[in-house]
Design a protein around this ligand. Structure first.
Ligand SMILES: NC(=O)C1=CN([C@@H]2O[C@H](COP(=O)(O)OP(=O)(O)OC[C@H]3O[C@@H](n4cnc5c(N)ncnc54)[C@H](O)[C@@H]3O)[C@@H](O)[C@H]2O)C=CC1
Ligand SMILES: CC(=O)C(=O)O
Ligand SMILES: [Mg+2]
Length: 527
């Protein structure tokens, strides 16, 4: 989790170092090159290349070096910051996104250089939280297509469509059906911003070749009535496909992709829970794929949980004794719970059933117990037996659970902003831990379970705090700062993809994610 600056620095030297094809032959000429962001060097083309590629006369005569172009871009970016000073955060963030997006569309080499060198500053623009705003306003912001779109209307055509993609090789795909974009719900085709942003992270953090990434939207309709009523909406105007109809579209897509690129890794992203679990089960032993919300989030949360034990100055084996309350029983919350239980069981040598005893799961109906009817099958293994609860009943509220359990860790993946309210945070002062952890992991910022300021103000200064979207460190007075860690799967998935690519793995296993998160926990948490 946790420190963007660190991976930015290390990735700089690795820029595009992996999976690089043999030196690229450009088969285009003239204006086609200038309009191709993969090859365009803008005014940077030297005279020899201008002659060879038929560019003479198509560019102003002066040659501007890459560094000068970079400086010019950064100076426009800084003037935009000055010119938008005092305007609303939304306007400023969207303006920043626009200027970066224009560069992305024009000259990818310069774009990724700027992104890598300024990752800490640009990540919140191309990724959460701004990417959420971009997805919400995608139809208005749309200028040029990026990635590929497969829709329910393309059934039977996908095998030929996949050959429309211009790059000969693709290593990394991020796929969404737009059904649960961050904590913003069903955004239909507008969710394409998420695969684009995630793949930018693959390039910036893992050095994946930008010509070998492919963001994909699988448009099977939307149940968002506002979008269906919007005449500018760019996706299919129909309700989402369900059941076998839905699965047959995903099946066809997966077959088509792997027919053309058998070794491509597919990251499933922001699928609503039922399809997140179903597709993971369906494809994980057949293709090299993983679900980032279930597995990537679990890996990064476990790194944070283990890092917290280290930050408390305790031996790692103490993790097995920690009481952990997880708020949110969706794809992310259950993914974390699964992996954390496996870790406890492995560390302490106890059974997974015994390991579950220290975890408490809460969803929108409160504490999840075996008395709950219609419980999602994925949550069933974590339902508490009321006999073991000592005074807590089915459906107990967050505050009731926190007061009773006095947990070491309160972790939110509910998608509900502010659900860790003042009362809940104050109750964390009674935690059995001297350094309790509060992880408000939902995205984007407005969906975080609490803000950093509220966490430090109400729960006390001695907490370990992490959030899914970035917050500023909190000024605790007297020169002290409450440190904000970022608990976001972006700190794990680039490494998972890169490791799988380099090792030629055929499948991505829970063990691989577990190992990644344990290694990562070494430097995970700052307090
Ligand atoms: N920081 C990170 O790396 C990640 C963060 N997330 C965030 O986690 C959130 C949830 O994602 P998913 O699990 O995929 O969503 P989901 O829709 O599958 O699950 C949401 C869960 O929250 C529960 N919930 C809703 N309102 C609640 C309330 N008032 N109190 C307690 N529980 C409540 C629901 O019952 C459900 O179990 C989203 O905001 C997403 O952005 C997801 C993946 C990674
Ligand atoms: C970070 C992420 O994957 C999510 O919020 O869905
Ligand atoms: Mg996600």
């Amino acid at each position: 989790m946790w420190k963007v600056t660190r991976f930015a620095a290390s990735s700089r030297s690795r820029l595009f170092s992996t999976a690089i094809p043999a030196p690229c032959m450009v088969h285009k000429r003239g204006a086609d090159i200038l309009h191709d962001p993969w090859f365009n060097k803008d005014t940077g083309f030297p005279l020899t290349e201008r002659d060879r590629l038929g560019l003479r006369g198509l560019l102003p005569p002066r040659i501007i070096s890459f560094q000068e172009q970079y400086d010019r871009f950064m100076s426009s970016y800084r003037s935009l910051e000055k010119n938008t000073h005092g305007q609303s955060d939304k306007i400023v963030s969207l303006s920043k996104w626009r200027i970066l997006n224009r560069l992305h569309d024009r000259n990818e080499t310069l774009y990724y250089r700027a992104l890598i060198d300024n990752i800490k500053e640009f990540a919140p623009i191309i990724y959460t939280p701004t990417v959420g705003l971009v997805c919400q306003n995608y139809c208005g912001l749309y200028r040029r297509p990026r990635g590929m779109y497969f829709s329910a209307k393309d059934k039977g055509e996908m095998m030929s469509m996949i050959y429309n993609w211009p790059a000969p090789q693709v290593d990394m795909i991020v796929l969404t059906d737009g059904s649960r974009i961050l904590g913003l719900g069903d955004l239909g085709v507008q969710g394409i911003g998420i695969p684009v942003g995630k793949l930018d992270m693959y390039v910036a953090a893992a050095g994946i070749n930008p010509q070998r990434i492919l963001p994909i939207m699988l448009d099977v309709g939307t149940n968002n009535q506002k979008l269906l009523d919007d005449r500018l909406y760019l996706g299919l105007r129909q309700p989402r496909l369900e059941g076998e109809e839905y699965l047959s579209i995903v099946d066809e897509f997966m077959e088509a992709v792997h027919a053309r690129w058998p070794k491509a890794i597919v990251q499933f992203e922001d699928f609503q829970m039922k399809w997140a679990f179903e597709t993971l089960k369906r494809y994980r032993h057949k293709f090299c794929m993983f679900n980032d919300d279930i597995q990537g989030t679990a890996g990064v949360a476990l790194a944070g949980l283990l890092g917290t034990v280290r930050a408390q100055g305790r031996p790692l084996s103490d993790f097995a004794k920690q009481k952990i309350v997880i708020v949110g029983a969706g794809s992310a919350g259950l993914g974390v719970l699964n992996m954390a239980v496996q870790a406890v069981s492995r560390m302490s040598g106890c059974s997974e059933t015994a390991a579950k005893s220290q975890f408490f799961l809460i969803d929108k109906n409160g504490l999840v117990t075996t008395e709950r009817s219609n419980l999602d099958p994925a949550a069933v293994p974590f339902a508490k037996n009321p006999r073991d609860l000592e005074g807590l009943a089915e459906g107990a509220s967050i505050i009731e659970v926190v007061k009773k359990v006095k947990p070491h860790v309160l972790l939110g993946l509910s998608g509900v902003g502010g659900v860790f309210n003042e009362q809940v945070l104050k109750a964390m002062r009674e935690s059995v831990s001297t350094k309790p952890a509060i992880f408000a992991m939902s995205n984007p910022t407005m969906n975080a379970e609490c803000t950093a300021i509220d966490a430090f103000n109400h729960a006390g200064e001695n907490i370990v705090f992490a959030s899914g979207s970035p917050f500023e460190n909190v000024d605790l007075g007297n020169g002290r700062a409450g440190h904000v860690n970022q608990a976001n799967n972006m700190y794990l998935f680039p490494g998972i993809g890169l490791g799988s690519l380099l090792s030629g793995a055929h499948h991505i296993t829970d063990g691989m994610l577990q190992a990644a998160s344990e290694w990562y926990s070494l430097g995970a948490v700052e307090v």
